[in-house]
Design a protein around this ligand. Sequence first.
Ligand code: D41
Length: 676
Amino acid sequence: MSVPAATRKKVESLREQIRHHNYQYHVLDDPEVPDAEYDRLTRELQALESEYPELITPDSPTQRVGAAPISAFGTVQHQLPMLSLDNAFSEEELRDFHRRVADRLEIEIDAKLSYAAEPKLDGAAVSLLYQDGNLVQGATRGDGTRGENITHNVRTIESIPLKLYGEGYPATLEVRGEVFMPRAGFNAFNAQAEKKGEKTFVNPRNAAAGSLRQLDPRLTAERPLDIYVYSVGHVAGGILPDRHSEVLDQLQLWGFKVCPERKVVDGIDGCLAFYEEIGARRDSLSYDIDGVVYKVDRFDYQRELGFVSRAPRWAIAHKFPAQEELTTVQGIEFQVGRTGAVTPVARLEPVFVGGVTVSNATLHNMDELHRKDVRVGDTVIVRRAGDVIPEVVKVMPDRRPERTRIVKAPRECPVCGSAVVREEDEAVARCTGGLFCPAQRAEALKHFVSRRAMDVDGLGSKLIEQLVAMDRIETPADLYGLTREELVEMERMGEKSAENLLSSIEDSKMTTLSRFLYGLGVREVGEATASSLASHYGKLEAIMAADEGGLQEVQDVGPVVASRITAFFGEEHNREVIQRLIDSGVTWPEAEPPPRATDGALFGKTFVLTGSLSGMTRNEAKDRIQAAGGKVTGSVSKKTDYLVAGDKAGSKLTKAQNLEVTVLNEVELEKLLSDQ
Ligand code: D41
């Protein structure tokens, strides 16, 4: 059978593209396309090659994985090749895998077969070689046969043992695992880099791979890297258990970190249950994963199954839906939020990503829009991870059409026409319309009725927008005047839903001070602050009457939040709305404020905390000072008795010195607290 010319051409073009992406990814650490796109190209090539095997050449990207190591590091020949993993993108593909395993092992398809299941970490694969218990070499996976010598860098990762614990380890032990950067470390690292105007990483995996390939190990040492090991390579002069799961247990005893989520499961049903379980917890893990891996647990079975060209027949990666996809921008519009923030939003050609179809993605603010240079007509990567709102990650410059439209920041609110201004030091521009702006009114109302605020059921966005557009609702107080007659007139509102909504509105009147405060939507006052305010003051009147100094005695309230609160309650209009809400019957159990210490060693003393403390957080310090009868405020004045200065104290310290306020360090504060 001859191969059509078009197919030959297609195969060549796929190979070119894959080679290019390999280079971008492995050598430059700067991938251009989402993994999902790379996977699609590879699978398309694989499909064509299996249909026309005569087209397979030794240099086809399917015949080897990854790019050759770069030369800046010495190279390391792996004693045993570091294999790659085949992927299953669906339950069906997983079942096919299991069927192949069962067939080869000549066991019943539903016979009990133990799989070692583990999350698939999104990091960089490494090999660690130990001689007589000492770490002598670290290497990247490279192309699976040869990797880069990164011994100097792996030695800086604290969770990699330089010397093995315990005893009984083989004289030569090569351990393989995935080096990763936990999300928290990744976010902190990027925030720092951004501040310093340095290059940020697109995702934790790139951060891990990039960090491992620093030429200066001192730089690697500063990166928050971690490792979970997942297999052994070359072993000599010792014996290991005869199951994968038991080897991991043993490696843990020798001092390696293994993933705590790993589990031995039974057959295909066990695999699927594990996939569901980990998938549900994916967002709450402290590191990124892109799927789970199943490995036939018994080594004798693994040997029997062997491997094909580059991947073992006894293991497979079951991937989660991609969190990044390519799509095109059909428009860029501006949305007005509750606090007037005007946010650019990309309207997208709908795309399935992160498990749902996405047709809008946030561009955060104008600076982001300009930095990413997103234009109408562009092809972009969109990302939707967990419950986070979908965002545009980056533009694909090579796919930019000839004519694109650049979108400028609106000077007028697209909803109410008021001026849009951007204050100095602020990333966002805001509509100045306030509650005159229907968008702000609608958003304020959505927030007020939301589940964690007043919890009104059955009042969806569409209905709120209608009511606002009709000028039937201007403030949350108008909600309690809605009648059955006018509700049944609304679009898509039957008698029954009107009744239900009214009774839900009625039920919401009985609330708590904390929910009510949160629902008012004071800027910077989230649930936690609302709850602190409620328990500190007990009564709404006391909060409304508090001054900025007093407010700062509350847990988590600093000068900015305090000024937002006094500004909110200082506004005549807001006080009216609150009064109308109370008059309509909104109520909550009143509480007496908790008794304040009226004695204690620090009674009558005023403290200001600044800089970072090492033995406690500032909030802990605040609690302890208050418990001892002292007051903690946010700014230094002549009335301040003590300034507690931690590390990197700034202008408050200078001010205290100028006013001759006593300055304490952490040890002195500790002493003062324990002297009482
Ligand atoms: O978490 C991972 N990324 C992971 C990668 C894992 N849990 N297990 C793996 N097991 C293997 C075999 C079955 C070949 C020992 C792997 C990888 N390989 C792997 N990582 C990068 C390429 C292959």
